[in-house]
Design a protein. Structure first.
Length: 328
């Protein structure tokens, strides 16, 4: 297990460097430079203080070749020096630390909602295939797949915030509330709508994958043998069928974790949720390259860790994968 884990980590290291290089080159190929926002905010700064602009260009290595700038940036990244945001005039690391808890709270809640809703529906649809509820859930899944996230979020705000008044329409917390319990309840109310929107969008996809994967296993001979021996339905489905169907399901669910961080951009923007997705969006619009690159690298790290998590779960579900890797 340990050797398998470290081998997978070793395979992800060159992928990390390749992706970091692609992100750096693409963002630096865009018009402008890291000082663009400063010039737009104060057009006279370049006339009033050209020496300061020259020092900033030297600090960001803007006059060096692109490959040299990449290695300077990579060196600073490994030192933990993420630089400063030209838009916020704050260290990038401080900005990420302030936004990351909000994004984690939103994405983890949405991911758990997706799992809790998708698994029972997917299993029921597979076991009771071609039943009325199976057709009903299938239609709902296709509708959910077809709906754009931004439209779903806007409809949720109109129905549950404007008409019914059950949940706040935006923000993380209502200002002026005191008391630990009141603050906790208020944050839950603000979290409910964006997390439900983000989680339920993925439910439509996951239900289809879970149903399809489980149906393939339920048609196998060893499942019929288990039923013929008088094994209870619950044991056959959960212990035999579902476990053998988990490999493709793990692939989809684990590799969708980065979607919750990147896809949260739309939800965070619509609900004015101060998270990483909205921060990255604002950084790209303001040509804040330093902030944008580090936000994208954060998504890259989440993606690689999701792949590593999927590999680890593969071995837990099916130990033959580990044995197969030793044979190779």
């Amino acid at each position: 297990m340990i050797s398998y884990f470290f081998r997978r980590v070793g395979e992800l290291i060159p992928v990390f460097f390749l992706i970091s290089m692609i992100i750096f080159f693409i963002l630096n190929a865009m018009p402008g430079d890291p000082l663009l926002y400063s010039r737009v905010e104060n057009p006279r700064v370049i006339v009033q203080d050209p020496e300061r602009i020259a020092k900033l260009r030297e600090y960001y290595h803007l006059d060096d070749p692109l490959i040299v700038r990449y290695f300077f940036w990579l060196k600073s990244l490994f030192k933990g020096d993420l630089g400063y945001s030209s838009m916020y005039k704050l260290p990038v690391l401080k900005l990420i630390k302030s936004r990351l808890p909000n994004t984690l709270m939103l994405t983890v809640t949405a991911w758990l909602i997706g799992l809790i809703v998708a698994f029972p529906i997917g299993i029921y649809s597979a076991v009771k295939k071609y039943s009325f509820l199976d057709y009903f859930f299938t239609v709902l899944a296709f509708i959910g797949i077809s709906l754009p996230t931004f439209w779903f979020a806007l409809m949720a705000i109109i129905v549950f915030s404007v008409f019914l008044g059950w949940f706040p329409a935006a923000g993380v917390q209502t200002y002026g509330i005191s008391g630990s319990w009141n603050i906790f309840v208020d944050k839950l109310k603000h979290l409910a709508l964006p997390s439900l929107v983000l989680g339920l969008v993925q439910v439509a996809y996951w239900v289809r994958y879970i149903r399809t994967s489980l149906l393939e296993v339920l048609d196998q001979d060893y499942i019929r043998t288990a039923y013929s021996k008088g094994a209870p339905d619950k044991r056959v489905i959960l212990r035999h069928a579902l476990r053998n169907a988990m490999i493709p399901i793990i692939t989809i669910i684990a590799l969708d974790i980065p979607y919750f961080f990147g896809g949260a951009l739309i939800v965070e923007t619509i609900f004015s949720w101060p998270g990483m997705g909205r921060l990255m969006y604002e950084a790209v619009l303001a040509s804040d390259y330093n902030l944008a690159i580090n936000c994208l690298m954060f998504i890259t790290i989440v993606t690689l860790l999701s792949n590593l998590l999927a590999d680890f779960l593969y071995v837990l579900v099916d130990p033959r994968i580990r044995l197969g890797s030793k044979a190779v």
